[in-house]
Design a binder for this molecule. Sequence first.
Ligand code: TPP
Ligand code: SF4
Length: 294
Amino acid sequence: MKATATAQPVEVAEHPMESLLRMDRIPHIWCSTCGIGTAVTAFAEALKRTEIPLEKVCVVSGIGCSGRIAGYIKLDSFHSTHGRAIPFATGLKLANPELKVVVFSGDGDIVGIGGNHFIHAARRNMDIVVLCINNFIYAMTGGQVAATTPLTANTSTSPYGNFEQPFNIPHLAASCGAVYVARWTALHVRRLARSMTEALNKKGFSLVEIVCPCSTIYARRNKLGTGLDLMKFYHDNSVIKHGADTRELDIEFQKKIIVGKFIDRERPTFLDAHNDWLKQRLKDKFVPHGGPRC
Ligand SMILES: Cc1ncc(C[n+]2csc(CCOP(=O)(O)OP(=O)(O)O)c2C)c(N)n1
Ligand code: SF4
């Protein structure tokens, strides 16, 4: 009798980040060579390194390509509304101060439509981590000009080049009072993961800007090659300058891109300041301000 060969099941090795990703949602939506994936990998590495119990970490994203991040990370996560990730995160933090709340979203979400929330959360030193994917464009909606689009860059709403002055995100955060501010490119994977770990371990408003290629829209419209070409361009043109004055940071992203950890300082958080204030007022038998009623 002839022996029949039976097919053996092929063993597939587990991906090192599998425990931190919602594998049932893979394949993800991101284009080939988009930088968002590397930023997510760096974050997964930071989650492995931090000693914060993962059941106490939650991720909030807004809307956009970057806004999909919360949906792929295997933690308690919220896919909120465009520009409102920071208010959602603030609500979570105030309702349960033991949580480590991370906003992981795009530049349009965080400093465009959500810009007002960003400056006030930094001013109040709200104890949240903000990881901002800066791809210089509103990618998901077809590539409109953003608050971060470099001067002269081509977008669907600036086909003859952008003439608006873009935001310098680290400087915006630093000048509003953030206690931790860093910038890396998506290809500085190890340094980015280290910075994300530091931001997770920091108490207070912490910002990490991630300079990221959008291969399909930004790179194509501006004839900058593939996403990988652009990712390498950002990386190879960067200069590490820890402690740099954020006013000097490049907003052109053409030649010298200063990256590094710029700010690491201490200041009472919103909740600490609030609780101290309340304790003091109760001690003084404080009568609420308002003046005589008429
Ligand atoms: C209130 C509101 N305004 C506008 C939109 C349309 N919208 C969805 S995603 C997006 C841009 C997202 O850009 P960004 O946050 O930079 O993320 P990216 O797609 O570039 O990663 C816009 C304008 C929306 N969903 N809700
Ligand atoms: S459109 Fe741009 S930002 Fe969105 S997934 Fe594709 S490459 Fe990434």
